[in-house]
Design a protein around this ligand. Sequence first.
Ligand SMILES: Cc1cc2nc3c(=O)[nH]c(=O)nc-3n(C[C@H](O)[C@H](O)[C@H](O)COP(=O)(O)OP(=O)(O)OC[C@H]3O[C@@H](n4cnc5c(N)ncnc54)[C@H](O)[C@@H]3O)c2cc1C
Length: 338
Amino acid sequence: MNTFVYIDHFKGNALPASWEALGVAKTLGTVAAVIFGSGMEALAKTAFEYGADEVLLADDVSLADYRAEAFASTLSAAAASRTPDLLLFPTTTRGRELAAMAAIDLKTGVMVDVIALEAKDGKITVTRPIYAGKLLTKETCSSKPQIITLRGRAFPKPAQQAGKSGTLTKVAAVTGDFPTKVEGYAESGGGVSLTDASVIVSGGRGVSNNPALTPPGGLDEKQAEIWKAQQGFALVKDLASALNAAVGASRAAVDAGYVPYTHQVGQTGKVVSPDLYIACGISGAIQHLAGMRTSKLIVAINKDAEAPIFKLARYGVVGDMFQVVPALTAAFKKRLGK
Ligand SMILES: Cc1cc2nc3c(=O)[nH]c(=O)nc-3n(C[C@H](O)[C@H](O)[C@H](O)COP(=O)(O)OP(=O)(O)OC[C@H]3O[C@@H](n4cnc5c(N)ncnc54)[C@H](O)[C@@H]3O)c2cc1C
């Protein structure tokens, strides 16, 4: 099988899920890594080291910033001339967008957020979660090329082989009067990226529920709630920092203004698959579970023994997170020598 793998990157820094996709493609046959951007030689070299047999490189100033129209047109033109059997993308915002646009250009289908796949006689059968992760469906696509996006961290990242090389093929960027123009970028706050994190500590509405805290005077009810939530989230962040983890949140916490949307996990937030997910003061609504149910190990801390999160958790602590979370942080710091 002949596969194109789209390497999603920002300014030449690839998202780890791109290498995971490359690793999957390698198990199926020959792989061409598709890299678009400007000044991408180093990234092309890295793609060879992660196993690409060939790199299709469109290196052009017009591709310096990601723009769906320009990238999809360039990708579709390359795929139309080379007729790969399969196009693989990581399930990132850009990956999903490009997969959908390429599918339209190439008159084929797209199967998104795949967590397992098997190939037989050139046809791929994928497994992907549906209905907010309640069911797993198996699907095939009868047209070619088959287009698939792979959920991040659902597949192993291949080992990097320093110095490995392959065939570098230059691809012409499709230019035109595309309507989108990138004006600039704003930093979203740093920290460990949620979708790449192997450990996530998340906080829910429960972070604001510490009756022992007295907010400073002069705050109205809403301000007092947010002040309390900030104290609660500080504990979540301490635990995350001890574990070098990313910080997640439920939608209730985001909607209430405790933390920005970039932290939201769930159906309308980020879908994550860490090795360890620690939920603090989160009830486990189906929409939250949709974003984290494929985590390898789930730990829940909740004072309500009936909270639905405990049905999914491997380990559950029924207790007050304001006591349990600092105790856990102290124990981890001791164990990890921090
Ligand atoms: C269309 C749609 C999309 C949605 N998308 C998302 C999504 O992407 N992500 C998401 O998370 N939600 C989403 N929701 C919202 C979801 O239905 C829930 O409302 C939300 O997940 C609840 O968040 P929570 O668990 O933090 O709050 P709650 O349900 O209020 O739970 C708070 C929990 O904290 C516990 N608690 C309180 N105090 C303490 C304490 N001191 N110590 C320990 N535990 C304590 C309580 O027992 C309770 O279980 C969506 C809803 C809809 C309708």
